[in-house]
Design a protein around this ligand. Sequence first.
Ligand code: ARG
Length: 471
Amino acid sequence: MSNMTNAVNAAEAVNVINATKVTNAANVTNAANVSNIHKAACESKPKVVLAYSGGLDTSVAVKWLQEHYGFDVIACCIDLGETKDHKLLEERAARAGAAKTIIIDAKAEFAHEYILPALKANALYEGKYPLSTSLGRPLIAKKLVEIAKQEGAAAIAHGCTGKGNDQVRLEVGISSLAPELAIIGVIRDWGMSREEEIQYAEAHGIPIPVKKDNPFSIDANIWGRACEGGVLEDAGVEPPEAAFSLTKAPAESPDEPEYVDIEFIQGCPVQLNGQAMDLVALIETLNEIGGRHGVGRIDHIESRLVGIKSREIYENPAAVILINAHKELEHFTLPRDVTEFKAIIDQRFTQMIYDGLWFSPLTAALQAFIQQTQHHVTGKIRVKLYKGSQTVVGRWSDYSLYQRGLATYSMENTFDHNAAVGFIKLWGLPSQVYAAAHKHPVDRSWRDHTWPNHLQQNSGEDVLLNLPKSS
Ligand code: ARG
């Protein structure tokens, strides 16, 4: 790969441009890709697989890829549960000039191969975000690669912006699976403003999707919905109701709580309220129930992989309920050292997903550890949903490590109180030895700085006065 990269120097790139009317070759993600595009473009009709959403960007991209590179465009939509009209999508792609449209329902694969491992890892990025978008990208990459191979395409194109994580996830995913494929990030490459895009669409007869007065940028699948942009860019503004779609406002939700029982076998949720369900149906049902009670709203200042902080509003009713329930069952059935150490592995696994490294060896190794811990994570968890909150209120398991006889303060107690005396002696021994060896057992000179120096102790007045005025 690196030899290839070196071989493609600027002069060759210029030749490619001349030979194939590629006017923007320098912007193609990987310089080595240029020769692939060249090769493909010399054939009668080179093909590109475009990750197609039906929106303005990817509709314009269909035409642009044709005009710019002379590609036959295969518009491809991977359905992970964002409710979309497949017929309409096909029509739109065709009107934009797609040679072919492929729509794949990948919900089951998404649930089993991507969501489930994340659930077993209790995956919440920065302790908050259930990775709904992040988890979808490696699967989309995988499907795009499969289609590119099946169709003999030379390149894959996508409409991610140059500021987000998704371009990284898609491109790292694609190049992990098929390094020979060229990748084109159309939005990054074409340098058109929104207005220019609309002009381009009008000039080429591309239907402009009706804007339902929605100023937000949205991404959704069965694991949740992400909403950003517009007024949400002001970190101090409370999200308006218009930013939400899966969940009711907690204040508007039912005045009676609702209970859900979730049955897990080896870390996998298999029943809801006593009814066996396939994973997709279980997640969808739980999204409905949780959403009705205003559960799963998340307001996240997020540290993006590309270095910026962004503000995202998430709705993940099923995800937060399932993760909370699963974590509870782990605490019920796993020893303390396992849950403690697993939290470190979980955190790293979560970061690998967020960072677009799904197909890397470390991700697989971490997943192996997590899977090993799930053998006895079997049992039932009862969750109470009420006005935006979801609380575990009951748990049952044949593998429970909670023994009432040991825990009880009643007559049925089986815990040996006398054993505690010797235990405390040995547990406290290092502290005793330390205290005997030093005059001041532990240095605490940092205590002088536990309160802002310029303030009187216990008065926050100065700090308040110095705060920037909020608008
Ligand atoms: N920030 C999230 C992530 O990187 C979600 C991005 C989803 N895109 C959107 N248009 N809201 O995974």
